[in-house]
Design a protein around this ligand. Structure first.
Ligand SMILES: Cc1ncc(COP(=O)(O)O)c(C=O)c1O
Length: 396
C-alpha cells in the first residue's frame, strides 16, 4: 500500500473533536449532552447578513479577486478605522476563515524548521497549522496561578534562536480568556523590534471584552508596522462560523505580497460568504452591546458556580468566551471520555475539551479542561452541577 507522508502522520487530531465518537455513543444511549467543548456560539447571526445572501442578484456565482472583493475590503478598512486600527484596503487580504489567514501568515514568515514562539495554552489548531507549514512551535508557559498573564520578557528572550521568526499571541485568548493589556503589548513590541521578529496577533475575539476593559490591537502600537500581522475572522464576531471568512492584515508590503501568492494559489475566498460578511459590517453597535451583556452574565455565572466546587481552580477570563478550569483529577482525557460513556445525572451529561491539547509542552495541563460558555445560563448552571456531581464520584 502507498505510504502516508510523515507530515500527514504528524498532523495532530483536534483535541476538541476527538471525543465526538463518545458523544455519539451518549446520544445513542438517549443522554442529553451539554456541549461545553466547542466554540460554536448559540447567538443568532445578524439578520441583515442572512438577508443579503437571500436577496442577491448574482447571475453567475463567480470567483472574486484573490484578495477579496473590493467593496468588502474597503468596508473592512472602515471597520478597522472605527476600532483605531489605521489600515487601508491594500493592507487586507480576505481569507477562508481566520484559519486560512493563519496558514498564510505562517507560510509567509517561516520556512521549514523555523520557530514561532507562542504563549501556551494556545488555540489547539495552531499545532495543526504549524505542522502543515513545517514550523516548530516553541511554547512559553503562562500559568493559571497568574491568570495566564504574559510570561516575563526573560522567558521569551531565553527561547529566541536564529530560527525564531515570530511571536504569535491570541488576544483575547482562546482557551484562557486572557486579555493582554496595552503595557503587555508594548513589552511584546519591544521584544520583536529588538530581535527583528514578526508579531502575529490572532484578534478574532476583539469585540468580546468584559468589565469595561478595552482591546488594544498590535496595529494601534506605533512603530510596529513592519512587524505586525493581524489574523481576523467574522466567525465569532457575528456568530457566522459557517461563512468561512476571515482576513490577514499587515502594513508590511512584503508580507502582503507573499500572502497574496498563497491567496492566488487558492483563487478566491467564497463569494456568497463575502456578500454576507460585507452586510454584517452594517450591524449596529446595539447587537454587540447585547451580546457582550449576555456573555458577561454567562461568564459570571460559570465562574461563580465552578469556584463553588471543592478543588476546582479557574482562570478568570476578561475576554473571548472560554475559560480553563483545573480539576482535582489526574487525567482530563479519561475524565471527559468517562463523562460521556459512563456518567449522567437524570439522563444528562457534559462534553468538555481536555486541556492538554492546548499545550505543546508534554505532560502539562493534564488535569485541566477548557470550557466554552456558549450555552445559555440555565444550561450552564445545569452543566456545572453535572460536573460537580461527577467529580464527587469519579476515581482516576
Ligand atoms: C483563536 C482562534 N483563532 C482562529 C480561529 C479560526 O476561526 P475561523 O477559521 O472560523 O475564522 C478560531 C476558531 O475557533 C479561534 O478560536
Amino acid at each position: 500500500m502507498p505510504a502516508i507522508s510523515q507530515k500527514g502522520q504528524n498532523m495532530p487530531s483536534s483535541p476538541i473533536r476527538k471525543l465526538v465518537p463518545f458523544a455519539e455513543k451518549a446520544y445513542k444511549a438517549n443522554k442529553t449532552v451539554f456541549h461545553l467543548n466547542i466554540g460554536q456560539p448559540d447567538i443568532k447571526s445578524p439578520q441583515l447578513a442572512m438577508d443579503a445572501v437571500a436577496n442577491h442578484n448574482l447571475e453567475i456565482l463567480a470567483y472574486t479577486r484573490s484578495e477579496g472583493s473590493e467593496p468588502y475590503r474597503a468596508k473592512i478598512a472602515d471597520y478597522y478605522k472605527r476600532n483605531h486600527i489605521m489600515v487601508e484596503a491594500d493592507n487586507i487580504i480576505v481569507t477562508t476563515g481566520g484559519s486560512e489567514a493563519l496558514l498564510f501568515a505562517m507560510g509567509s514568515v517561516a520556512d521549514t524548521g523555523d520557530e514561532i514562539i507562542i504563549p501556551e495554552p494556545f488555540y489547539a489548531n495552531y499545532n495543526g497549522f504549524a505542522t502543515a507549514s513545517g514550523v516548530n512551535i516553541v511554547p512559553v508557559i503562562s500559568k493559571i496561578e497568574d491568570n495566564f498573564a504574559l510570561p516575563p520578557i526573560q522567558e521569551f528572550e531565553k527561547l529566541i534562536t536564529p530560527k525564531t521568526k515570530a511571536i504569535l499571541i491570541c488576544n483575547p485568548g482562546n482557551p484562557t480568556g486572557y486579555l493582554y493589556s496595552k503595557e503587555e503589548i508594548k513589552i511584546l513590541a519591544e521584544i520583536v523590534k529588538k530581535h527583528d521578529l514578526f508579531l502575529i496577533a490572532d484578534e478574532v475575539y476583539r469585540e468580546f471584552t468584559y468589565d469595561n476593559l478595552k482591546h488594544y490591537s498590535i496595529l494601534e502600537e506605533e512603530g510596529l508596522d513592519q512587524n505586525a500581522i493581524i489574523i481576523d475572522s467574522v466567525s465569532k464576531r457575528y456568530s457566522m462560523c459557517g461563512a468561512r471568512i476571515g482576513c490577514i492584515v499587515s502594513k508590511n508590503k512584503e508580507v502582503m505580497s507573499a500572502a497574496m501568492k498563497f491567496a492566488q494559489a487558492r483563487l478566491s475566498p467564497p463569494t456568497f460568504a463575502q456578500i454576507a460578511s460585507e452586510a454584517a459590517l452594517n450591524t449596529p453597535q446595539s447587537y454587540f452591546d447585547e451580546v457582550i451583556v449576555e456573555y458577561k452574565e454567562r461568564r459570571d455565572t460559570l465562574i461563580e458556580k465552578l469556584e463553588e466546587i471543592p478543588g476546582v481552580q479557574v482562570g478568570h477570563p476578561k475576554g473571548a468566551f472560554y475559560c480553563i478550569a483545573q480539576l482535582p483529577i489526574k487525567n482530563s482525557d479519561a475524565f471527559a471520555q468517562w463523562l460521556l460513556e459512563e456518567f449522567d445525572v437524570d439522563g444528562e451529561t457534559i462534553m468538555v475539551a481536555p486541556a492538554a491539547g492546548f499545550y505543546s509542552s508534554p505532560g502539562v495541563g493534564l488535569n485541566q479542561i477548557r470550557i466554552a460558555y456558549v450555552l445559555n445560563k440555565e444550561s450552564l448552571i445545569k452543566a456545572v452541577n453535572i460536573l460537580k456531581k461527577a467529580l464527587e464520584v469519579y476515581k482516576d
